[in-house]
Design a binder for this molecule. Structure first.
Ligand code: FES
Length: 162
């Protein structure tokens, strides 16, 4: 696995926190996803070797939890809440706005590699619906107009990087 030295160090350290190695499986998967952005196919085998498990045991965990991704995502991750309050307040339209702005479909990487737009469940800010997380930042009351504004911001940041 092509992990950063810091991630490898963190993984080795995390394992020591658990009396039974296998209990560290979720922590390891999170660390790998944070580093690479998703869990590549060799993950199950690599983690299994670290934790003295069978790869199938790790694979079951990867496929059980929706927060683990098995495909790469765009540089920015746009997560739109689709649970009740957000759905009632226009979350679906908000999501469509992001999709149109980046010419992409939910769950796919946009053609410029800049974003992946996804639906997620309740982000625990139902009173300010519709709610969107962009990477680690929560955005409240994201109307279509605000989604357009946020998209322009992401595009401007991407242009600066080029
Ligand atoms: S329903 Fe969207 S944050 Fe709770």
């Amino acid at each position: 696995m092509n992990l950063k030295p810091d991630t490898l160090k963190r993984i080795d350290e995390v394992i020591t926190h658990y009396p039974v190695k296998r209990s560290a499986v979720l922590m390891l998967l999170h660390a790998i996803q944070e580093d690479i952005g998703y869990l590549p196919p060799e993950t199950a085998e690599w983690v299994a070797a670290k934790l003295e498990l069978q790869p199938i045991n790790v694979y079951e965990v990867i496929t059980f939890y929706p927060m683990f991704r098995q495909k790469p995502i765009g540089r920015r991750h746009i997560k739109v809440c689709r649970t009740l309050s957000c759905a009632l307040m226009g979350g679906y339209k908000t999501c469509e706005t992001f999709e149109q702005e980046f010419k992409t479909h939910r769950g796919e990487v946009s053609p410029d590699g800049e974003v992946t737009v996804e639906f997620v469940e309740c982000l625990a800010s139902c009173g300010t619906a519709p709610v969107v997380m962009i990477d680690d930042d929560l955005h409240e009351n994201v109307s279509c107009a605000k989604a357009k504004q946020l998209s322009d911001q992401i595009k401007a940041e991407a242009a600066k990087r080029r």
